[in-house]
Design a binder for this molecule. Sequence first.
Ligand code: NAD
Length: 377
Amino acid sequence: MNNIFEFGDPLGPAKVIHIYDHQSGLKAMVVVDNVACGPAVGGVRMAPDVSTEEVFRLARAMTLKNAAADLPYGGGKAAILASPKLPVAKKETLMRAFGMAIKEIMEYIPGPDMGTDETCMAWVREETGRAIGLPAAMGGIPLDEVGATGYGLSVAADVASDFCHLDLFGAKFVIQGAGAVGLHAARFLTARGAVLIAASDSQGAVFNADGIDIVQLTHLKKQGKSVLDYADGQKLARDAVIDIPCDIWIPAARPDVIRANNVDRLNTRLVLQGANIPFTPKAEQICYDRNILVIPDFIANAGGVICGAVEYGGGTKEIAFQPFEEKIRKNTTLMLEGVTRTGNLPRQIAIEMAEQRIRRATAYRSKRHGHGLQLIA
Ligand code: NAD
């Protein structure tokens, strides 16, 4: 995207902020998309190659996700342009510099995302006084340890499988991105009788038609190894997971991994979007035309942010699970009922559900707080 102003719409973005701090070497972006329902909650991604457009699209996904989940928050996102594999001391320097830089952007509440974790949030909280996804010792609910997002995906799978007449017991599924979301989703789906037949990470992929042992795979990944180190399976190139015939395909890595030019390779019945914006709009339309049911990111993967909202309100993990199971079940059901009623794409129905709530909240805002796009560079 050459010009962020081309992408403004009635929802946002409200602010696009580029941060450069020469002393620490920090280069970062914050997009506050919409704050009608409350301050913008969204993760801080650390990656060397994130564009302003990507941060904006991720912030929009958070606006819709938080609204659809009835949370008192708007949507935002941040990116720090750096390798997530930096030495710890350098990472701390950047995270603290980021915290100091966003201290006055009170309408943005940061959380963890790809490349950042609860320790990063502890550093940011010390600098800003606010962050979600904190370590347990600071009152946090360890989202990736609990597997909130992965559990939410299994709840969405439960509802969606009824809709597309798929028996979860014995259903074969593939995970693209064996990280926090992918591995927990695999654990909870396996508990419902589904069988993991392939998984990938940034290094490659592994396939076993008889099933991959999720405990063993998780153990390997926790040791910092790759799925390629899993012994009992065929080693494949990273993107070969796109071609493996399966009942459920779960993207749990990067944005735009499925596009118009590779969507025809998918051979599946149900897609559960664990990652944010993993399919382009055109790819989702093609799936719909091919009768592949796609449960959109901001409905399926809301478990983490719902849990984070409970944490920010002072709640514990014991009270977090029930509300998010109910919310994901209810939203997936309402969305699929809308698809049956109208014949529209699942995402379109889900956006309408989220926008209705944003419109109701916007009615309480003073005109002086209209979302008026500001660009601060
Ligand atoms: P993570 O860093 O724990 O795991 C990501 C995994 O994807 C890693 O194993 C990495 O090697 C792999 N990967 C990277 N590029 C890949 C590629 N091109 N092909 C295959 N694998 C690749 O991250 P995570 O927390 O599991 O998040 C994954 C996605 O889910 C992100 O898009 C994130 O925004 C989204 N998400 C995460 C949460 C959460 O609770 N963690 C919540 C909602 C959405």
